[in-house]
Every structure is written in C-alpha cells, then in structure tokens.
Design a protein around this ligand. Sequence first.
Ligand code: URP
Ligand code: ZN
Ligand code: ZN
Ligand code: ZN
Length: 500
Amino acid sequence: MTTQSRILIKGGKVVNEDFSEMADVFIEDGVISAVGSDLQVAAGTWVIDATDRLVLPGGIDTHTHMELSFMGTTAVDDFHTGTKAAVAGGTTMILDFVIPQKGCSLLEAYERWRTRADPKVCCDYSLHMAVTWWDDTVKKEMETLVHEKGVNSFKMFMAYKDVFMLRDHELFAVFAQCKETGAIAQVHAENGDLIAEGAKRMLSLGITGPEGHEMCRPEEVEAEATQRAITIAHAANCPLYVVHVMSKSAAKVVANARRNGRVVFGEPIAAGLGTDGTHYWHKDWAHAASFVMGPPLRPDPSTPGYLMDLLANDDLSVTGTDNCTFSVCQKALGKDDFTKIPNGVNGVEDRMSVIWEKGVHSGKMDENRFVAVTSTNAAKIFNLYPRKGRIAKGSDADLVIWDPKATRVISAKTHHQAVDYNIFEGMLCHGLPVVTISRGKVVYENGQLFTNPGAGQYIPRKPFAEFVYNRINQREKVGKPSAVCREPYTGEIISVAPKR
Ligand code: URP
Ligand code: ZN
Ligand code: ZN
Ligand code: ZN
C-alpha cells in the first residue's frame, strides 16, 4: 500500500539558495530524510515524478494579515482561505501580524490570534507582534513574548496617526528592547503627520477618490520615515526590517544604508513588484479602490522593475505580500472619501508566480536567487533556518515542485482567495507550482487542493537569529563609546547669576 507518510520525489532538479543539483528527495513523517541519487526507500513509498521540474523549498510569505479587523471591517481571507490559497501558489508558511489596539495587552492579543489561527491554518505559520503603544508593561510583555511565546519580530507603525503610530522616542525605546531581547524591529515607514496633513489638503481640494490616497503621501513621505527608522535603529544598535518597501525613493534609502554597513533588510511585496499605482487614476472607482494599500503603489510605472532589480542584487532581501483583502463592498466604505477605504491588497496566492515571472522569466534573477528571496532569507532573518527555507536532510518537508515552463493567467475567477478581485488580473505567468507539500503531505496537486484546516502548526522562533545578530553582538562588544582620559580642568570658570 502506498502511504503519504513516505514520499519520494524523483528526477527533479533540487534548487537551494546556494546551488542546484539533480537529486531525488525522500520524505518520511513530515521531514526530509535524504537528498541524493539512488536512494533506498521502503516498499509502499509514494513516488512523485519531477522530471523536467524544479524542487524548491516551499515559499515563506513574511507578511500577511488574515482576518484582520481594520478600518471598520474585517479582511475576508481568514486563516483557512488564506493558507489554502497560499499552498495553491507554492507558499508553505506565512508570518502573520498580531496587532493589539493601543492600551491593550500584547499577550492577550497573541493568545486571541493563536485561538483564531490554530484550528484553521492549512500550512505552518508564525507570528510577528505589533507594538502600538509604549510603557513598562509593554516592555515586560515583549520579553515574555520572546522567551515564552516564540515571537522574535516586532512591528512598529510610523503611520496611522492616533491609531497605531509611535513617536520617535517611543520607537527608540522599542528598538532598544528588541535589541535587548534579541528580536528584530520591523517598521511600517511612512510619516503619519504628513499623511494626515496631505489627506486634509486633498479633501479640501475636492479630491475624494483613490488617487488622493497616493497624492496625500508621495514617495518622500515613505523615504523620510525609512531614513528616520534606520537612524533610530542605528542609535539603538538594533537590526531593522523595513516592511512593504513600495517606492524607488525608499528602496534607495535601504540600499544606501546597507552599503553603509547598517543591519537593515528591505521587504518589497508582490503587489509592488507586480503592478503599479497608475490604477488609482482608473475611471472605474471599484477598480481603483481595489489597489488602495499603505504605503501606496507608486504611479511611476518603472517602480516594479526597479524594486525587482534591487531585490535581484541583494539591496532588498526578502518578499512578502501584505495580504490583507477587502472585497469591493468593503472598499466602498470609502466611496466618498479615500481616507475611509480599507487599506490592503491580495498576494498570498500569487507571490511566487509574480516573482518568477517578473524576476526569473525576465532574466533579472536566477532560480537560486528566487529561492533566497521567496524562502531562505526569510527563514534566516526570522530564525527558522535550516528547518525552513532549505531542502536538506533534517529540514521540514515543505516543498514545491515547480514547472518553469507551464503558464497561467491570474484571475479572480480562478483564484482560491475569498476576495472578489485580483490586483494581478490578466497577468500571464510563466512558472507554476504543480505540487505543494506541507509537513510531508501533498496539499496541492495539478489544480486540486487536499488541505485540512488545523493541519498547519504554529512555529515558535528563538531570539538572536545569527544571520541578523552576529554583527550586532560584535558591534556591541567593540563599538562602545569611551571617554578621553585627560587631566581635570583647573582654570578659571565664569560665574553665572542664579536664575530667579
Ligand atoms: O495597506 C496595508 N498595508 N494594510 C495592512 C496594514 C499594514 O500597514 O500593513
Ligand atoms: Zn504596514
Ligand atoms: Zn487598472
Ligand atoms: Zn501589513
């Protein structure tokens, strides 16, 4: 009898971030037990033919918001539909955000998110925590989250004034606590004060449509905040991860900082790599509104290609999606005022195909860099490596068999997400997942899903990821400022009249 607890993937080309090789992969009980040729496997092993195909580490989406309640409504893709769609697209792990309201307990919000996600997830997942306010209880809770709950990444908002936004002195305090606990600080980098002023101005000019969303927060609003976050993180000697890098200007800031030796990582997302902000000017309001997210897509149509170039040469490091899906009737909350359009787009299902199409098919990156930016770098930054992000003996059996020659056209009519549009509608993609394996089980094969809600697991992460912290720790040791030794000053001192 063939059993799914043992699978042999035969005849494929195994692609890791550092090299590719013709090799078979033997999976037993959810783990890769051997990679090589002429593997001896037990009778009854299920054999999958991967001739002419690539065998890749399953994708890791670093940035999702399943069933997030935000701007007066709740994202339609929950942990069930969202992770089903993920595996249909070759992604086998998501990192979602817990976002507590200002003044609320981070730990309670974490437990609530686990209770929601655990019974629904069809693939493994992990959690980032947003820090939306600051005091000593938050500081303590961050420590508990790191030591007891497996959270090693904290996101701070520099936008969403009066809702989630932190001020610079608070950012410094949170960054310092991240550094103390071995976590990585993440920022949503946009200047929230300038957005508020810009929005008022657009509305006063009678600009109420989605184009106002972009015009009230031009590129420099993102670039300024990105630079400020990098400066504050450097002052705290804290590693920094800039989520959803959406503009050329912000990407240049990240690239420059990396070239100046800062420990900073930039995350472009599928939306920013695959489409652009010209859609905000579309005559059909619903079409234009479906692209609304923060920071916005940029109207300069050369932006996606530029971000892909930087991703290809390691100025940018890793890709997510910011998947946060609101259907058209939800977007319509802002039909008369763009500031009320719920922010968020799709991407969790299409990220791998979009990056293959715009990155590999276009000739900007090779298959190994594709693996690095869709899986391995995420695993390294968030301390999941080599359990995730690698095809090797002992790694989790999260893999995707990829057909680089197959094509499909992305459409909301055929996608697996709950949202009723797709921002990549009509995009022809070369390179498709044909089989997705999660925890050693085939969960997707040739268009058919075999998922089980609750089959995925929460993956706790340890602090002090070496990939991130080796440099930080060494700088801490050798980079301490020291005073100049000198004789005390013994000369005259002016006298200052006491203040009355
Ligand atoms: O528009 C977005 N990005 N929605 C989700 C929340 C966030 O800022 O990541
Ligand atoms: Zn954000
Ligand atoms: Zn359009
Ligand atoms: Zn987000």
